[in-house]
Every structure is written in structure tokens, then in C-alpha cells.
Design a protein around this ligand. Structure first.
Ligand code: X8Z
Ligand code: ZN
Length: 603
């Protein structure tokens, strides 16, 4: 500390030393830094709100004009953010309070994209960003030209329900017909985004994303590797079992032992959740009490809005205030027939205070019931931290934001369903392997995909993967991490990463991997606070005051402290750890190992 002080004192002295013919430039005072940060926060807040309104309209009414308006708002925000971040370098080396130093750093990292100073490049970059989102969201597969076109929703329903490999293959390749036109734009996007990040002193845009975690970028990459290694044996056990069951269904000519699984057979467009092939991988005799939430919702006649009401009621049972009336008036819950919208689910806080909304094309099924809770988790987090200064109105890190609603959804147990009247009585059968398997197909299957998306983008942004290798690099990673392979030959005429929302939308993805790990840590800690005794997967924190208070306190911290402190507040540890997830799935893991004992696993 002493050294730092003397270096700082020296620097202040040096800047104040008069140079012949020049006026001395006095070092900024702490009061000046404070005034700079306050003004920056005020300005940014206004620009965030303006950009958010424009984006809301664009995503609810996609057309050329709304795209233009949204692009302009984003351009302005990017330009001012970069200018403020550069201006803030004047204060580098000064001894500052914790909050001032933290906020100055946050200005630089407040967006997932940085624009270069050149205004023509700023507008080009904002324009590409807006058009990529629109291309994805209006993308359709039109087998006979323009006539009978299929949306992502249509194709996803085929991926989920069909067991006909010809149909599955057509849906899979059909959706990927939307992304080749994005390829050139994406290459330029990476170039411009990198230039912007470099002007802010980062190695590239990927390094800028990795700098958002209160640790050096390299340490963050190592953290992810560490966590992935921790949970990988469970993924491999699930993969092994699922591959064997798929070989039973489709034959071992198509699903070969010891090889990656063809990606069109897993019930999901990106093979990121395998919930939809539950019936193929779990025999009813092995399942025990299997609670099929999709069937329950449909049998009970639950509507889209009812699903959201159940979600809200869970949060209010934990002591959160109900959602404001404006949430119900302004949200989008169902896919409109008359216009193009971004159907990919999202949560909004338009005024950074309490103008909360979700935008989602809800379908009545278990996956969307979980997603409703996921989105509401964002909204309740947003409102909890609205007491903070603008730069602190964010989650501890982005994995926290993604993990809160999922944590709550882990408490959707059979006991909970009985309590809220969705289930008439607890199932009679012993054991609940079926429910654990459903969760594993959603959450364990997801883990390697959660790694792949940003491993790919980091390589692209660093230049390790040039445009000529975009698609090959994508499939190398998909095979390495997920053990899946494309069902037909792919070439560099394809651009398969562009067929996943977060790539054209430029949403970082490592957050979802971390959320899968963190939600089990949160769940275990909150169940401990609730003094629950028993298997972790049977715990529900519904209506528990102690768990609710713990959760509310952490959410209210926002981004005001480094994330390990927020984690400590809820889980009593400063490290992300896959142990809770392994704990939760331990009974299933054991069963999978038993099933796999005479099988050859791996790929
Ligand atoms: O994008 C989402 C949310 C919105 S933040 C619906 N998720 C990822 C995805 O769909 O790929 C949630 C799980 C992973
Ligand atoms: Zn989310």
C-alpha cells in the first residue's frame, strides 16, 4: 500500500511540475473524479433507457424503420460509452475509493460491444448488429421458395416431437438455411468490434468479455475450464446412456457406438436440451414417480398468462413485491399473428427502475414453464437492485442474472405442485428418478453447449479462427465438448453458429454455463437456510422466509461489490463450484453408471 501511495504521490507531483513554456496540468482531484463519474452515470442512464425503448419497439415490430431507429440509439450509446471510457483513462493511477475505481472500470465494460472512434465505423457496426438480429428473428425455411415457410417455432416443434429421421433432418438443415447470408456480416462485425475493444486497451472483443469478472481475463478462462472438468464425468455418463438408447430407437448404423451422436436426434434444434427425448431414454419401470409438467399444465387448462402468474406467485412467496400493473399491460406473452417479433425469450427493465416486462412466445409445456421462471428471475433481480447507483444496477456477474429464475424453478417439486393446486396428490410410486432424468436432460446436457458458443467466439475474435474456418471450428468444438456431429456434411458455405440466437444477437454465452453451476449452489444454500433435510432434489424453498430473505439481500446488492462477495452472502463461499450440482444429481449419476457398465462410453 505504501508503495502505491508513493507512486501515486510521485505521479501527481510529476504532472504538476511546470515544463518550460507550458502551463502545469494539475492532477485531477478526487472531487473531479467523483463529478465525472456522477455525470457519466446520469448520461449513461438516459442513453440506456433510450436504447432500451428503441430495442423494445424494434423487437416487437420488426421492420426496416424500427431496425433503423434501434440501430441509431445503439450507435449513440456505443459512441458515448467508448468516449467516456477513454476520457476516464485520465484518472488511471490515481488512488481512488473502492466505488470510484469500480465504476470507472465498469463504464468500459458496460456493453458487450465497443465501437471504434471513427463515426462511420460506429454506424456501420450498429447497423450490422441490428440487421443480424432481424435476420435471425425473421428467418424462415421455405422449402418451395416463398410459399409455405416454416418459422423456428414450427421447426422446433418437429425437432421435439418427430421420431422420423427424414423429417428431423429436414427441420435441422432447414433452419440452418437462414444463416449463410450472415457470414460476411459477422466477419465484418468481428473486425469492427475488435477495433473498438482495442481502442479501449483490450486485446480483442473476446478479451473484453472475459474482463467482466473481477479477475484477469486469463484467470476467467481457466475458471470455466476448471468447472467444466468438474462436471464432465456426469455429462459423459448421460451421453453414454442417451447414445445407447438412441441406437435402440434408430439403429446403430445411424447412432454408432463410440462416436459422436448425430445432432438432429436429440429433440432440440441445437442439441442444447434433450428434455424432448425423455421418452426414448427412460423406461417407465425405472422412472418411479415421474411428474410430467407438460401434461399437468395441459390437463389443467393452464394458459400462458397463468404460467406467468404461477411464476410471480413463487417470487411473492419469498417476500418479493408483486409485479407492477404495467408489467401485465406491456409484456408480450404469445406470438402475434400479424407481425414479426423476436420470439427468443427476454426480460426487460425499460426505465432501469420498475417498468419491467417480459417478451416471450410462450408455449404450454415444461420447458417454457421453466423459461417463464427464468425470465421473471431477471425481472425480480432488476427491481431488487434499482436502489443502487446506475452503474451498479446489474447482477454480481452475468451468470448470476441467468441463474436466479432457474434457482427458483428447481423448487418446482411434486410437493410444490400439490401446494399450488397443479397436482391433486403426491404420486404413489417410490423414487423419483424420472424427475431427475428430466432435469439432467435439460441441465446436464446443456453444460458443454454452454462452453462451446463462447469458445468459438473467443477464437473468432482473437483471430485464431479466420472466416475461412468459421464452420469447421464450430463443429470441432461441438464434437469436442458435446460429443455430437452434424447429420450431413457441412462446409464453409454454411454458417451454423449464426443459426443460434446469441451469435447474431451478440449476447455472451459463458453466462449460461455459469448459471447452470451457480443455480445448484444457490439452491443448496437456500435449502440450508430453509433448514431442509433430505435429498437436495426434493427441496423446495417455496414460501420460506429465511431462504427468501437471503435471496432478496443478495439481489439487492446488484453489482455494487465484486461477485465473490455476493456469492459469499448467499452460499458462504467465494468460489463457483460444481459440487452442489453433482450432489443434486448423485442418485441419477449412480444409476447411469450402473446402466453404462457394459457399454463403451466416450467418443
Ligand atoms: O437465452 C436464454 C434465455 C434468455 S436470457 C431464454 N437461454 C439460453 C438459450 O436459450 O440458449 C436460457 C438457457 C440458455
Ligand atoms: Zn436469461
Amino acid at each position: 500500500m505504501k508503495n502505491v501511495l508513493s507512486i501515486v504521490a510521485l505521479m501527481i507531483l510529476m504532472t504538476a511540475v511546470p515544463v518550460a513554456g507550458q502551463d502545469p496540468v494539475p492532477a485531477p482531484t478526487p472531487a473531479e473524479v467523483e463529478a465525472f463519474v456522477a455525470a457519466a452515470e446520469e448520461e449513461l442512464l438516459e442513453l440506456w433507457i433510450r436504447k432500451e425503448r428503441a430495442a423494445w419497439v424494434q423487437e416487437n415490430f420488426i421492420n426496416l424503420d424500427t431496425e433503423n431507429i434501434a440501430s441509431l440509439a445503439y450507435e449513440e450509446l456505443m459512441a458515448r460509452t467508448a468516449a467516456l471510457a477513454k476520457d476516464a483513462t485520465r484518472f488511471t493511477g490515481l488512488e481512488l475509493s473502492y466505488d470510484l475505481a469500480r465504476k470507472l472500470n465498469m463504464i468500459k465494460l458496460s456493453l458487450p460491444l465497443a465501437a471504434p472512434a471513427d463515426p462511420s465505423k460506429q454506424s456501420e457496426l450498429a447497423g450490422i448488429a441490428a440487421s443480424l438480429t432481424s435476420m435471425y428473428s425473421t428467418g424462415k425455411y421455405c422449402p418451395q421458395g416463398d410459399g409455405d415457410c416454416k418459422t423456428l417455432g414450427d421447426l422446433s416443434r418437429t425437432m421435439a416431437a418427430s421420431r422420423d429421421t427424414t423429417e428431423l433432418l429436414e427441420a435441422w438443415t432447414g433452419w440452418r438455411s437462414i444463416s449463410p447470408p450472415m457470414r460476411g456480416k459477422y466477419a465484418r462485425f468481428a473486425e469492427l468490434g475488435n477495433a473498438g475493444a482495442q481502442e479501449l486497451g483490450m486485446a480483442d472483443l473476446g478479451a473484453m468479455w472475459r474482463a467482466m469478472y473481477d479477475m484477469p481475463p486469463e484467470a476467467f478462462a481457466a475458471e470455466l475450464d476448471r468447472l467444466w472438468k468438474q462436471v464432465k464425468p456426469l455429462y459423459e455418463a448421460l451421453h453414454c446412456h442417451v447414445r445407447a438408447e438412441l441406437a435402440e430407437e434408430y439403429g446403430s448404423d445411424l447412432v454408432k457406438p463410440g462416436e459422436p451422436i448425430p445432432a438432429h436426434l436429440l429433440g432440440n434444434m441445437w442439441a442444447q436440451s434433450w428434455l424432448n427425448i425423455y421418452d426414448l431414454v427412460m423406461d417407465p419401470e425405472d422412472a418411479g414417480a415421474d411428474v410430467d409438467v407438460t401434461r399437468i399444465l395441459r390437463d389443467k387448462g393452464v394458459t400462458e398468462i397463468d404460467m406467468v402468474k404461477y411464476g410471480e406467485a413463487f417470487f411473492t412467496s419469498l417476500g418479493f413485491e408483486p409485479l407492477p400493473a404495467s408489467f401485465w399491460e406491456r409484456s408480450l406473452f404469445s406470438k402475434p399473428e400479424d407481425r414479426e417479433v423476436v420470439c427468443h425469450a427476454s426480460a426487460w427493465d425499460i426505465d432501469w427502475e420498475d417498468d419491467l416486462r417480459i417478451k416471450m412466445c410462450i408455449e404450454i409445456n415444461e420447458e417454457d414453464f421453466t423459461t417463464v421462471h427464468h425470465e421473471l428471475g431477471h425481472n425480480f433481480y432488476q427491481r431488487a437492485y434499482n436502489i443502487q447507483d446506475p452503474l451498479y444496477r446489474n447482477s454480481a456477474h452475468d451468470g448470476f442474472h441467468e441463474g436466479i429464475g432457474d434457482t427458483v424453478a428447481l423448487s418446482i417439486t411434486p410437493e410444490y405442485l400439490v401446494k399450488v393446486g397443479l397436482l391433486d396428490a403426491l404420486p404413489q410410486e417410490a423414487g423419483d428418478r424420472g424427475r431427475l432424468m428430466r432435469h439432467a436432460l435439460e441441465k446436464i446436457a446443456f453444460l458443454p453447449f454452454g462452453m462451446v458458443v463462447d469458445q468459438w467466439r473467443w477464437q473468432v475474435f482473437s483471430g485464431a479462427t479466420p472466416p475461412a474456418e468459421f464452420n469447421a471450428a464450430w463443429w470441432e468444438l461441438r464434437e469436442k465438448y458435446q460429443g455430437v456431429k452434424p447429420p450431413v456434411v457441412r462446409t464453409e458455405a454454411d454458417f451454423d453458429p449464426g443459426a443460434k440466437y446469441h451469435v447474431p444477437a451478440n449476447t455472451p454465452y459463458a453466462r449460461y454455463f455459469m448459471a447452470q453451476i451457480l443455480q445448484f449452489q444457490f439452491h443448496r444454500a437456500l435449502c440450508q437456510a430453509a433448514e431442509f433435510e433430505g435429498d437436495l432434489h426434493q427441496c423446495s424453498i417455496y414460501a420460506n422466509d429465511a431462504a427468501g430473505k437471503k435471496l432478496r439481500d443478495m439481489l439487492a446488492m446488484g453489482a455494487s461489490r465484486a461477485w465473490p462477495e455476493a456469492l459469499y452472502a448467499v452460499a458462504g463461499t467465494t468460489k463457483m463450484d460444481g459440487g452442489a450440482l453433482l450432489d443434486y444429481f448423485a442418485p441419477l449419476h449412480e444409476w447411469l453408471n450402473e446402466q453404462n457398465k457394459d457399454r463403451t462410453c466416450g467418443w
